[in-house]
Design a protein around this ligand. Structure first.
Ligand SMILES: Nc1nc2c(ncn2[C@@H]2O[C@H](COP(=O)(O)OP(=O)(O)OP(=O)(O)O)[C@@H](O)[C@H]2O)c(=O)[nH]1
Ligand SMILES: [Mg+2]
Length: 365
């Protein structure tokens, strides 16, 4: 089951799962989400009618969390939660969940929660979204990861959406389709003939229950070319960039009568990096060439993650400062232009000597 929180979280969860539970503080926003299942309206203390969102204020989201805390904490167990990190509602309610998970003693593997978080593109999105995200990564998320009480965390990014000017609807579809490729690993193991290794539902669940960042990608695998190069070239552009993996999983699908031994090079690639991958090789008769789905778990320390994120945000701020500096510089340029003007004026009066004197005074000669 899937839980969507706030604007972005609800839209994405509803696309992934017809039974998704959708949570928001705004009745208007909730009723507009197409698809999905039950709606939960989180209550606001100060609310006089709840038709507005949290207006990017994470404290309002956190306040609303209190009204749904008990219900949500049991709903998210063993399930997937989607939220943006920039919006007030998504950020606030998800922060509340993470803070409560952090306090729990010991959460069983099958009860761990998977988080799909949508990060703003710092270069182009509003500064409130960016600072909410920094606070979220540095605070509730960092603490929850340290407590070991979350499952995998996937960091989706809106970078590609803005850079390639993709519509929200289409981008959400891309995010969901991409995640579905990763989530289909255990079903494909059931469905297709197994040639080597095996990932069953329990292995998959165990993998998903680890409190690390999950970066997954998929591509047609060419056995004659180095795996490392192909992995780098095909990194998933919908996700935040990855770090060195500490664990890995891959599913290799080969065509009928395909060579079932081409996976050894991939295992070797990982073992050279001290990672022993969980893997399986299956025969997919619909394929013409091998196809690989690979997931890397990495443990970017939250502080470093925040640093990365802040660096992008800082660059953005610097660009702004640079712009205003340029405006200032153009004032100076105006002085130079004034010199030209003076030159022009004197020229009109026909006094060449005077021109030289003026230019000298302006430091031009
Ligand atoms: N990819 C994508 N990003 C979205 C979508 N809706 C919002 N966002 C992003 O999510 C962030 C804003 O968060 P929302 O989820 O809209 O906000 P919210 O949680 O409803 O919080 P408030 O509206 O402030 O109450 C920004 O970074 C937006 O670019 C969406 O449908 N798809
Ligand atoms: Mg909203």
């Amino acid at each position: 089951m899937t839980v969507g929180i706030g604007g972005a979280g609800c839209k994405i969860a509803a696309k992934l799962d017809d039974d998704a539970i959708l949570v928001n503080v705004s009745e208007t926003e909730l009723s507009k989400v197409p698809g999905g299942g039950r709606r939960i309206l989180a209550g606001l203390h100060a609310g006089k009618g709840q038709f507005k969102g949290s207006r990017k204020d994470r404290d309002i989201g956190l306040d609303a969390y209190l009204s749904v805390k008990r219900e949500l904490l049991s709903l998210i167990k063993g399930n997937m939660v989607f939220s943006s990190t920039g919006g007030g509602t998504g950020n606030g309610i998800t922060s509340g969940i993470l803070q409560d998970l952090t306090k729990e003693e010991n959460i069983a593997t099958e009860d761990k929660t998977f988080f799909g978080l949508l990060l703003p593109y710092a270069r182009l999105e509003s500064s409130e979204f960016v600072s909410n995200t920094s606070d979220f990564l540095a605070g509730p998320l960092a603490e929850a990861i340290d407590s070991g009480n979350t499952g995998n965390i996937v960091l989706f990014s809106n970078r590609l959406k803005f850079e390639k000017k993709i519509s929200e609807e289409r981008y959400n579809k891309m995010l969901v389709e991409s995640l579905k490729v990763f989530l289909s690993i255990p079903d494909k193991n059931d469905q297709f003939k197994l040639l080597d290794g095996h990932i069953d539902h329990e292995d998959f669940l165990l993998y998903m229950s680890k409190p690390y960042f999950n970066h997954f990608s998929y591509f047609h695998y060419k056995p004659e070319a180095p795996f490392e190069k192909q992995l780098n070239q095909n990194s998933n552009k919908l996700l935040l960039e990855t770090e060195n993996p500490i664990e890995a999983m891959f599913l290799l699908e080969v065509p009928e009568k395909g060579d079932p031994t081409i996976f050894y090079d991939i295992v070797e690639y990982f073992t050279e990096r001290n990672v022993s991958p969980v893997y399986s090789v299956v025969e997919n008769p619909e394929l013409k060439e091998p196809f690989i789905t690979v997931s890397l778990l990495y443990s970017r320390k939250p502080a470093e993650l925040v640093n990365d994120f802040n660096k992008i945000a800082e660059k953005h701020a610097q660009a702004k400062v640079q712009k205003s500096l340029e405006q200032y510089v153009s004032l100076e340029k105006l002085n130079v232009n004034l010199a030209d003007e003076a030159k022009q004026a004197v020229k009109q009066r026909g006094d060449e000597e005077e021109i030289l004197a003026i230019l000298k005074r302006l430091g031009k000669l």
